[in-house]
Write a protein that binds this ligand. Structure first.
Ligand SMILES: [Zn+2]
Length: 150
């Protein structure tokens, strides 16, 4: 796909729990974060006259709706690594919401996991007019990981 020069970004926030089971310090404990996510889309400005989205890459309301379809599954959920059997066994005994993730839920792996889930949703709906340019995921006010596409 030809890269588009225009980028739009929407911010999201969600609360999730996790732990880094092999970490040599406090991150091995179960704890939570208020994650902040910056989703940047790259696309062309739509020019169909007299349409609601004329002059936009994508209506921010549509960005929100599509992204929240997935991000809401993470909100107030415990994000547990698929090989963290001790914790999965425990979570099964509770009525708490949890999501099993394929890799250790560091912020790097989580931004990759989110990207892998958001890409198909946006590609399916807007394949030839826009694409996800980057996703930045803040784990704390000072630390984030970012995945960027060409
Ligand atoms: Zn943490």
């Amino acid at each position: 796909m030809v890269p588009f020069p225009m980028q739009i970004t929407r911010l999201f926030e969600f609360d999730s729990g996790h732990r880094i089971p092999n970490h040599n310090s406090k991150c091995r404990n179960m704890h939570g974060h208020r994650y902040k996510l910056e989703l940047t889309l790259s696309g062309r400005i739509l020019e169909t006259p007299n349409q609601s989205h004329e002059g936009m890459v994508l209506d921010f309301a549509d960005v929100k709706r599509l992204a929240l379809d997935f991000l809401d599954t993470l909100d107030h959920a415990f994000l547990v690594w698929q090989d963290d059997h001790q914790l999965i066994d425990f979570l099964k005994t509770t009525d708490s919401k949890y999501i099993i993730v394929p890799t250790i839920p560091t912020v790097e792996n989580l931004v990759k996991f989110i990207d892998e889930n958001l890409q198909p949703a946006f590609a399916k709906t807007y394949n030839d007019s826009l694409s996800i340019k980057s996703i930045k995921l803040w784990e704390t006010p000072n630390c984030f990981a970012q995945i960027t596409h060409k």
